[in-house]
Design a protein around this ligand. Structure first.
Ligand code: ZN
Length: 288
């Protein structure tokens, strides 16, 4: 058989080792991708990590910057507020259980702000699930904090640099937030955007205990990063021809990875089958 051109592990390594001018690179789709040169999200006066010791706090530079900015906005509007952030992605992306997405640095789980029944801020250790009426089944003393949670959403959707595609949240809580926004007289354009960005996903959980935020691919991550619709009206969407190029590039990247993984597997099994012959059959470990 004619040997194929060397496009496998060498080509992949070359891609991965080249420092990109724009910093982090989100590769592939949200549910089938990885992250190169991801940035760690750090705790601050205004931002707390739900699991500070975990490595799953890596995102694109854009997402990490956005979360820091949101935490500042909330603290500016509500002094003392500290945003709680759960999982982003692993340092190099890839599968992150139990999530379907969170694979390439563009997804983040953000905890709800919570009060007690008297409206005083509370900071529970874990994410707390809320019903549409703002009460919690788990702890009857807790309430969904409409004001601070609306500020989170307003900050997420109200800026242009890092456009947010989705804020997944349970339908009843979405409505609470929109009602609150109308009550306080939030700008109509902001409320309209929030209504479009917030939604309960068809698959992947009700999101009644946290917001799941997904940002669009950064322009300098294209064509290696692929967004799926919707493209909101205020977002600079790639033109049809560029979308075709993106799809091709992502498919090529995936094919290279698959081939590299297959070769690595073959090399491992070749090493394994060579070992008993060298060591003698009595020294072979059962099960490899
Ligand atoms: Zn999530």
């Amino acid at each position: 058989m004619r040997p194929r051109a060397r496009r496998g592990p060498a080509a992949v390594a070359e891609i991965a080792a080249t420092p990109p001018p724009g910093g982090s690179v989100s590769v592939g789709r949200h549910n089938r991708g990885r992250l190169l040169f991801g940035a760690p999200l750090r705790e601050s006066e205004h931002l707390r990590l739900r699991q500070p010791g975990s490595a799953e706090h890596h995102g694109t530079d854009e997402l990490v910057g956005l979360l820091a900015r949101v935490s500042h906005d909330v603290a500016a509007a509500h002094p003392g507020a500290r945003l709680t952030v759960g999982d982003l992605s692993g340092p190099r992306g890839g599968r992150l259980r139990p999530h379907r997405s969170h694979r390439n640095g563009r997804d983040a789980d953000v905890g709800f702000f919570v009060t007690d029944a008297a409206g005083q801020p509370r900071a529970p250790e874990a994410f707390v699930a809320f019903r549409a009426d703002g009460t919690s089944r788990r702890d009857p003393s807790l309430r969904f904090d409409d004001a601070r949670n609306w500020t989170v959403v307003a900050s997420l959707v109200g800026q242009a640099d890092v456009p947010v595609q989705h804020v997944f949240v349970a339908s009843g809580l979405r409505q609470r937030l929109l009602d609150h926004a109308a009550r306080i007289g939030a700008p109509a354009s902001l409320v309209e955007r929030a209504a479009l960005v917030m939604g309960q996903p068809r698959r992947g959980g009700r999101h009644d205990d946290h917001f799941h935020v997904r940002v669009y691919c950064a322009p300098d991550d294209r064509p290696r990063c692929e967004d799926e619709p919707p493209f909101h009206a205020w977002v600079p969407a790639p033109a049809p021809a560029e979308r075709v190029a993106i799809r091709r590039s992502v498919a090529r990247d995936r094919a290279l990875r698959t081939r590299a993984a297959r070769r690595a597997r073959a090399a491992r099994s070749a090493r394994r089958s060579a070992r008993p012959a060298a060591d003698g059959p009595d020294r072979a470990t059962p099960g490899g």
